[in-house]
Design a protein around this ligand. Structure first.
Ligand SMILES: [Zn+2]
Length: 273
């Protein structure tokens, strides 16, 4: 494992292009300009690949990590979907999304004792997508490295973790949030060459109810939506269990009874708001 403390300059160009008015898809010309401006030919990003707008740690006011974040020189093998087990608020604002990201980081660092936010990315109920652990976005942009996270025991060095704001045991996520999740997953799959069939729920690996019965039941649809975004209309195969895991862990599609590590109500009212 190797550290990559510096941010990628191509990201600045990419962000600037987004700020000029592109929504979720950059025109090919802008993408080409970004490549030309940085002169980077070995980033891992496929030609023409674009992704959703993602607010980085600086954008939502993250604290510094308490220790240097570990960046692995390997790509993730899969994506793991979580829910925050917090209230299904109707505040869909950007401000709420940023406050959520700060509250999660505070909880993970001060209550859990972790060095930084545990997950790589967060999707708010209002469909805002935010970076979680520092450098996750630069690693995704590069497409050839992975920040070691803290979101799923046994998977933190091989899986991208995405937290979705809300509790999805019986209620489905807002359509815009689910769509933003699919956009983000498609971007992750594209950047890291991960198959849509490699999208899992937290409960596939740990004894937890996360990401909730309802959202878990929507994962086949999510895989299909992601495949469509990647240009394939063919049915996506289900993941094959047991997944190969390090250290004797076994995995299977079983709904556990333990609560998510973000207890319900912890983020509401949001601290520091
Ligand atoms: Zn989870």
């Amino acid at each position: 494992m190797t550290s990559h403390p510096s941010r990628l300059s191509r990201r600045d160009v990419f962000s600037a292009a987004l700020a000029l008015g592109a929504a979720t898809v950059l025109p090919a010309a802008a993408s080409g300009a970004a490549r030309a401006a940085t002169g980077s030919g070995r980033s891992g990003r496929r030609d023409g690949a674009t992704g959703p707008r993602i607010t980085d740690c600086d954008g939502w006011g993250a604290r510094e990590a308490s220790e240097e974040v570990v960046v692995l020189d390997t790509r993730p093998e899969r994506i793991i979907v979580h829910h925050t087990a917090s209230a299904n608020v109707s505040d869909y604002s950007r401000e709420r999304a940023h406050a959520l990201a700060r509250a999660i980081q505070t909880y993970h660092m001060d209550a859990q004792g972790w060095i930084d936010t545990g997950q790589h990315f967060t999707v708010s109920r209002g469909a805002f997508v935010l970076e979680g652990r520092h450098h996750s976005l630069a690693a995704l942009d590069a497409g050839d490295r992975l920040v070691r996270g803290a979101h799923c025991v046994g998977q933190n060095s091989v899986a991208i973790g995405i937290e979705n704001e809300g509790t999805y045991t019986s209620e489905a996520p807002p359509a815009a949030q689910f769509s933003a999740l699919a956009d983000l997953c498609a971007h992750v799959c594209r950047q890291y060459d991960v198959s849509p069939s490699e999208i899992y729920g937290h409960r596939d690996f740990n004894n937890t109810a996360c990401p909730g019965d309802r959202l878990y039941a929507m994962l086949p649809q999510l895989r299909q939506d992601v495949a469509r975004r990647l240009g394939s209309g063919r049915p996506v195969a289900l993941p094959r269990w047991p997944v190969r895991l390090p250290g004797g862990w076994s995995a299977g599609p079983a709904a556990g009874s333990l609560p998510e590590y973000l207890p319900a109500g912890l983020l509401d009212p949001l601290r520091g708001r």
